[in-house]
Ligand binder design. Structure first.
Ligand SMILES: Nc1ncnc2c1ncn2[C@@H]1O[C@H](COP(=O)(O)OP(=O)(O)OP(=O)(O)O)[C@@H](O)[C@H]1O
Ligand SMILES: [Mg+2]
Length: 370
């Protein structure tokens, strides 16, 4: 680690020309069991463009020592820097293995973990999770999906596997099910629909941890996590314990409220999880064979908020009856090539390409996070 610290010595704040060490911005450098090195610095007053420049410079500085895709750069603002980690002198504050991410674990065998989140319920999170997973698969990726909604699991229905019980592997791990070329696991596969919801709460931590760390995924390029709605303790503990590479926030143009959105984004900020962007679902409706668009829930609500918060806008998904029917009948929309000329189909492909691209560029924090 000493060498890592030395290599970072020349990384500068492009705005001031001073090194990050001179500006006492370094918070932590640590290596984890996956061979990754995680560098954390304070981003106060640094714009998204400058942030990208700094990230590039950090990667350049370290690439002689680590593979580029093993170098992770994280940022914190002063208000979230624990006082024990406050730097006392340039570089001296770099500690090994005591970072803000110290307790987060990576899900084994998964390259990128993407959580799909929403502030409100019923906006189409599960539908987007499944169809985004299928679109990423169409781009040539191996994709899994994990239903973390313990109170209202919907994946067994959406993927037509209701009542199927997952098997244990020889080493007593959970073997995910396969559907439409996706691997998936859901709490719904372990309970009967009639079971009272009340006992689910206390089980939550244990069950989710088992899902995250005891499911034996075959090598996956992406694991999509369908989160429960809102920003409750469940979501927070989930993202605190698991290394999530990026978040996709879903909303309808109507149900997007700036206060809720900021609250949601802040939750991810607290745990250093990049927000890849926002998706507007149920954007408009066009009757069959007609050009007109009816903006039933208002126009561009999500797009406008994402512009305001400088979070990437990933795209509009129209209301299509076949999307709802596909969900209810366990045959997801993007698994059915009949719809390949529909606008929704093109939107999903476009969103998947953007997610892959933005994710590759190591995620993105909005203006909110300066
Ligand atoms: N673009 C769309 N066009 C038509 N129907 C849609 C669309 N998006 C979602 N739906 C339908 O809306 C309903 C709610 O969607 P979904 O269950 O995916 O929402 P959710 O955000 O996951 O809900 P919850 O908060 O309960 O988990 C479902 O019946 C789904 O089929
Ligand atoms: Mg859902």
């Amino acid at each position: 680690m000493e060498n890592t610290i030395k290599l970072l010595g020349n990384v500068k704040n492009p705005k001031t020309g001073k090194t990050l060490g001179d500006e006492e911005r370094w918070v932590n450098a640590e290596a984890n069991e996956n061979g990754q090195v995680i560098i954390t610095y304070k981003r106060d007053g640094i714009s998204p463009q400058e942030k990208r420049q700094i990230e590039d410079d950090i990667v350049d500085a370290l690439k002689s020592q680590y593979d580029e895709d093993k170098i992770l750069v994280k940022t914190v603002s002063s208000s979230e820097t624990p006082s024990a980690q406050k730097p006392t002198a340039a570089h001296a504050n770099l500690k090994v293995g005591h970072g803000v991410n110290g307790n987060k674990k990576r899900i084994p065998n998964v390259k990128k973990v993407i959580a799909v989140s929403s502030c409100k319920g019923g906006v189409g999170k599960s539908t987007v999770s499944v169809n985004l997973a299928l679109s990423l698969k169409k781009l040539g990726n191996k994709v899994g999906i994990l239903d973390a909604d313990i109170y209202g699991p919907s994946l067994p229905l959406l993927l037509n596997k209701k009542g199927v019980k997952p098997e244990a592997t020889e080493d007593k791990k959970i073997r995910p099910l396969e559907a439409y070329g996706l691997s998936f696991i859901s709490f719904g596969l372990f309970i009967d629909e009639g079971d009272p919801v009340i006992w689910r709460g206390p089980m939550l931590g244990g069950v989710l941890n088992q899902f995250f760390f005891d499911t034996k995924w075959d090598e996956l390029d992406y694991l999509i996590i369908d989160l429960p709605p809102g920003t409750g303790d469940t979501q927070l503990s989930l993202v605190q314990n698991t290394e999530v590479d990026g978040v996709v926030v879903v909303s309808t143009p109507q149900s997007v409220a700036i206060a809720d959105t900021i609250k949601g984004l802040k939750m991810f900020q607290q745990v250093n999880t990049p927000v890849l962007g926002m998706v507007e679902n149920m954007s408009y409706f066009s009757p069959d064979g007609k050009e007109e668009k009816y903006y039933i829930f208002g126009k561009d609500g999500v797009k406008n908020i994402s512009t305001e918060l400088e979070v990437p806008f990933l795209g509009h998904i129209p209301l299509e009856m076949v999307m709802r029917e596909g969900g209810d009948s366990g045959k997801p929309y993007m698994a059915d090539d009949t719809y390949k000329d529909n606008e929704g189909y093109a939107s999903y492909m476009d969103i998947a390409e953007k997610v892959a691209k933005i994710g590759k560029e190591k995620g993105f924090f909005g203006k909110l996070f300066k």
